[in-house]
Design a protein around this ligand. Sequence first.
Ligand code: PLP
Length: 432
Amino acid sequence: MMYYSTNGKAPLASLEKAVVKGLAEDRGLYMPERIQRLPGTFFDSIQDMDFHEVACAVADAFFGEDVDRDALHAIVRDTLSFDCPAVKVEDGIFALELFHGPTLAFKDVGARFMARLLGHFRSGERLNVLVATSGDTGSAVANGFLGVDGIDVFVLYPKGKVSPIQECQFTTLGRNITALEIDGVFDDCQALVKNAFMDPELNARMKLTSANSINVARFLPQSFYYFWGYAQMKRMGMADKLVVCTPSGNFGNICAGLFAKRMGLPVERFIAANNANSVFYDYLRTGVYSPRPSVQTIANAMDVGDPSNFARIIDLYGHSWEAVCRDISGTTYSDAQIAETIRDVYNRTGYLCDPHGACGFRALSEGLRPGETGLFCETAHPAKFKDTVESIIGAPVAIPEKLQAFMRGTKESTPLPKDFPSFKDYLTKKSN
Ligand SMILES: *Cc1c(COP(=O)(O)O)cnc(C)c1O
């Protein structure tokens, strides 16, 4: 299958090219040429399948032409080394817990799949993944690629600007993961990565790639767990009139859900829950998309003022605002509302949401119509936002063993100044 660019000015790309390049030449996002509808028989028996079987059927539909079956199914098995259970929070509202992976957030799924697919396509030469992070992306990507043969990962992060919990998730891994502590801010890290991709000398010397969240190999596999969420709801007899809510920032996660719907997943409609960064909510209200600088919130992984995957969503709906509005509605919540929701849900039900999931829960509790059942993506474990959540509920939040293990590890990182020549010099020496 070929992939086209949402900007329409780049040549079609093979899956391999789309995955290695990430972004098309015209700076558009790659989209699969066809979205295959899964047969009715699949949905008739989905409740009797396990996560791996469900995910393999979906993976075959996207990647079956380009990756041989055994290799693809092995990639799926390796990626989904953890469950994504649907858990009842209260009557009619369930959480699809996407935080049981190595770094306790949903980004593990896409990062692990992409790492393994890149490993599959690698042709002899070592591949170098450069990733700039303000915290969470670095940990998901570093852990996703940990131990993948033939690939080296360089995580650039701003010195003193990521939380100790985040930092230990990519500085203690060793093996093929190198952490670079940049004496600057996140934008400096991002600029270094961009400059490296544009530097002809460096690119002639070593094969560089990004693991950006817009990569098709990171975003498409996220559709696996929407099917799995549906399968579990159906098993519980709760799949009629199912409404799915995704706490959204860059809109990659919900976009994968919309692809699932296009493949026939019987979901009534989607809700995109935003924090105070309400660009998409405003688009749904007005039909006008006006990106603006992001504002900082306690659900900080959704602090995005110009979501990249907006381009994919409008492409999927043929640039029709009406069509988008038929499948998706939106909500926006202030920090005070998010905090109130975390506290209220915890006190009433004992379920502890993280700040992102709390937006999802609230959107369902306010927006479900009679007869509908809601499933929201719980995108991260509350312990990832320990200080925030503890101050909201006034009680300690236990840190899962997986996170504690990172914190016991020895931090290893290479300090670097923020100028490009120093970074280039560093990479050049590495490639010798
Ligand atoms: C990245 C992230 C989001 C936003 O997901 P998008 O795909 O960017 O919309 C939501 N919650 C958490 C915890 C995240 O890490």
